[in-house]
Design a protein around this ligand. Sequence first.
Ligand code: ATP
Length: 361
Amino acid sequence: MQHFSIAAIPGDGIGPEVMAEGLKTLKKIEELHGGIHFSIDTFDWNCDYYLKHGKMMPENGLDILRDYDVILLGAIGAPTVPDHISVWELILPIRRAFQQYINLRPIKLLRGLNSPLRYKAHDDLNFVVVRENTEGEYSNMGGRLHENTPFELAVQNNVFTRYGSERVIKYAYSLAEKRPKRRLTAATKSNGINHSMPFWDEIVREVGMHHPNIKTDIYHIDALAAYFITRPEELDVVVGSNLFGDILTDLGAAIVGGLGLAPSGNINPEKNYPSMFEPIHGSAPDIAGKGIANPIAQIWSISLMMEHLGFSDIGDLIVSSIEEVLLEKNVSTPDLGGKNTTIEFGEAIHQQMTKMSMNSI
Ligand code: ATP
């Protein structure tokens, strides 16, 4: 029996609703596999916690999380707490303290779904974005001066270290080596941002020399955003800085069915610390409490988690089960045009996992 410890942070808004389905996915894995056991601790660290305690997590929150194998997150953010607090005091400290320097986001059109790009076939939309997750434009360096005066100013520094850039670019290349198209596309803006971006490009070229089999393209972010729409079939592994990766992946989610479907992994490849898996979407206050959030992004994030833990067969089973439910078109949430609840959609996926498991596990 293999044991894995999981810290679950359901968070705010629709976070707890989709997390409830994610926890059922874990139960289903235990039931179907037989050789896996998850011990799960749930933490109520969210915006309500902040309103009560003046912080998003306890002082020793990171120490508490450190010994878990993985962290599973729902969604963080509420209208009552500014985003820069909820994000900077919970999600970003976790990503940084645990050196989760890879943010991995598959952009794949699942079978059973249509893309808003109506001239693109299914196989045209299947790539992965590797986003730098610990520095870049989301550095905490800078400040405000002369506040509340006409000459008030704000400075935010972009931080690109050789170490930080190299490790994410190396990871992206090693991923490209395992994928069929053997292509790597790097996002840049070296025509406008004339220090950090030429440095980034240089490192892409240097690392690329060690991967002569991989075709490398370095595109300006504006052109690359357009290619997501016009030439997605040419993309395989896309690597970008923290900000560029963030923006590109929301666009990526939009071309494969929307935010309710898009998962992500915040990965520490060396496994020195826990990695964290979460949906890309936020807490969606507009639909929170209605029980209609799409649980796919959360459930798919567990597929990424299983791959990370060394069970890619289970990861594949989860994705195939989601696809089968989408193909059958009997059950889906309103964001996909259906009338079902989060719980009903989750249940359909879990039943499908049982049906398909005969062949896969
Ligand atoms: P953030 O700034 O944290 O990304 P946001 O409010 O900008 O948050 P989301 O919370 O991700 O963005 O939601 C954007 C919209 O997408 C929501 O208003 C909601 O309608 C839709 N949405 C997001 N997640 C889901 C989901 N799981 N199921 C259905 N709709 C969703």
